[in-house]
Design a protein around this ligand. Structure first.
Ligand code: FE
Ligand code: CA
Length: 528
């Protein structure tokens, strides 16, 4: 073992998680800046992700000066990083070890794909570099593909705007000790509130709106200095997808929300944002960015219990329909917008759509969860003139693509399809209908959308007012921040809509707002 700094080597997982859970954020910030002064490189913590039955991706990034203006984290030369995986939380029984190289190409990040592990069990891991040791993270492999259905606990989260509040919701997910956590996008916000909106700011971003590699890197680095988010990543492996704010509000593929922005210029910005995303997430080799592209969507199987199809709804989509110059971004387009219903329009892109539909055909697990960014259900609402219309930036802007997906589910009958989503900063429980225009048509899948970790909600009264026209919506609540916890069994899915007491309070408490059950073989959630 490296004779590292004792404060760090003595940290075990219990101390890491329990400790950070009770620390005020101000203290944590001063602690990491104090460490930065002595060159401590693990200021951004550790993470693991993409669990398979025999492997995991382990992540860290060396950043002794995490917010160095040039985005380097204060690093320049290549560094060898030792990683260890153990079967115990004190790292005594190390079963896998190796050395990874970290260099400037990917901001001294490490993405270690570890294999040869045993299925369905916890592991602990740690990195050593520059004479220092990282905190110890806990992870867990998936059960063997043929393992009979077991119980599994996981949570999903979205929309954590640093400026809008503290990440207490993340801390409370960690304390639930889940087998897995799924991030559904808006993990960072690229934009910074202007001074004119100072009343909305609980804690400031370190810089203006991110637009190049250095500023995206530093936005991720800032978020990762958060003790609650570090505690969550150190507590459980994750699956990741993104939404718009990892790049720019309401972008679509090569198109900025600003219509005057040239697509080639926008793709350069997207390349920087995607690279910074890869650098900060525990993603496997498939996700190494190439130019402005990054293969994020992927499928993960947990024994015979569940398959997760994690989608990318931003990179390949058609641009939003019926734009209102100078902005293309989401708005309620009236039903007179013909472009919206164009059959050639796509949300996932042809390749990803084929991949998803093949997955529906081949799936043999008891549950099929589609983890993606946005509300899938139709939401008939009113535009500014009071005309009936639909929001253009979500699945409602791509109704033909949604219909293809739901028709394929009807045809292929994957067992127990359930959609998880985020983006809309509110809880939704819906029945996904074979024909949204006909309330008595078949429900083909169940949907849960989680509220934001901190981000501002949509207007409650306004949405309540349109719910009578959307009878497939079983539940809606926008006034609270939090996440969704899931206990999954072969015969049923139990969900808890979890809410924090106050996003402005770094010590916010958690409680359960509502519980729902989905019974195997029957689409649609039932209040529990
Ligand atoms: Fe958001
Ligand atoms: Ca979003």
């Amino acid at each position: 073992m490296v004779p590292g700094n004792k404060r760090v080597t003595d940290l075990n997982r219990r101390q890491l998680i329990g400790g950070s859970a009770t620390l005020a954020t101000g203290f944590v910030a001063s602690r990491y800046f104090a460490r930065a002064a002595d060159g401590y490189p693990f200021t951004l913590g550790v993470a693991s992700g993409e669990p398979t039955h025999d492997g995991l991706v382990l992540w860290t990034r060396l950043a002794p000066t995490p917010l160095a203006l040039d985005g380097s984290g204060g690093m320049s030369k290549p560094v060898s990083v030792t990683w260890d995986v153990a079967t115990d939380d004190a790292m005594r029984n190390v079963v896998r070890t190796g050395i990874a190289e970290a260099d400037r190409r990917f901001a001294h990040s490490v993405h270690m794909e570890v294999d040869g592990l045993e299925p369905g069990r916890p592991y602990w891991y740690r990195f050593t570099a520059l004479g220092q040791q990282s905190p110890i993270g806990r992870s867990k492999t998936a059960p063997a593909p043929s393992a009979g259905p077991q119980q599994m606990r996981f949570a999903f989260a979205s929309c954590s705007n640093w400026e809008a509040g503290y990440f207490s919701a993340y801390r409370h997910i960690a304390e639930e000790n889940p087998d897995l956590v799924i991030f559904l996008g808006d993990y960072i916000y690229e934009s910074t509130y202007p001074d004119s909106q100072a009343d909305r700011i609980v804690r400031k971003h370190d810089g203006p709106t991110a637009s190049d590699l250095a500023s995206y890197r530093n936005r991720y680095a800032l978020y990762r200095t958060d003790a609650d988010l570090q505690a969550l990543h150190a507590a459980a492996p994750c699956l990741m997808t993104w939404d718009d704010h990892e790049v720019e509000n309401d972008y679509a593929n090569a198109w900025s929300e600003r219509m005057e922005t040239d697509s080639q210029d926008f793709l350069r910005r997207r390349a920087a944002a995607y690279q910074a995303y890869y650098e900060h997430m525990p993603l496997g080799e498939r996700a190494i960015p190439h130019g402005s592209t990054l293969r994020l969507y992927e499928r993960f199987r947990f024994g015979e219990l569940v398959t997760f199809s994690v989608l990318d709804g931003r990179q390949y989509r058609s641009k939003q329909p019926c734009e209102v110059p100078p902005l293309r971004r989401g708005h309620v387009a009236p039903d007179s917008c013909v472009e919206r219903a164009d059959r050639n329009r796509t949300l996932l892109g042809a390749e990803q759509e084929d991949w998803l539909f093949d997955g529906f055909k081949q799936s043999s697990t008891s549950w099929n969860i589609i983890a993606q960014e946005q509300l899938v259900a139709q939401l008939r609402q009113k535009d500014r003139e009071g005309e009936s219309g639909h929001w253009t930036d979500g699945w409602d802007g791509y109704p033909a693509a949604r219909q293809r997906m739901l028709d394929t589910i009807s045809a292929c009958q994957p067992v127990n399809p359930v959609f998880f989503g985020g983006d809309i900063h509110s809880f939704w429980v819906t029945d996904l209908k074979s024909d949204f225009g006909n309330p008595s048509s078949l429900s083909v899948a169940t949907e849960f959308v989680g509220t934001s970790i901190t981000s501002d909600p949509p207007p409650y009264e306004l949405i309540m007012g349109v719910l009578p026209e959307n009878p497939h919506v079983q539940y809606f609540e926008s006034r609270q921040r939090g996440y969704v916890s899931v206990d999954l069994f072969r015969e049923r899915m139990e969900t808890r809509l979890q809410v924090i007491s106050d996003r402005r309070d770094p010590k916010a408490t958690v409680s359960t707002l509502r519980r729902f059950v989905v019974e195997s073989g029957k689409a649609g959630a039932i209040p529990a």
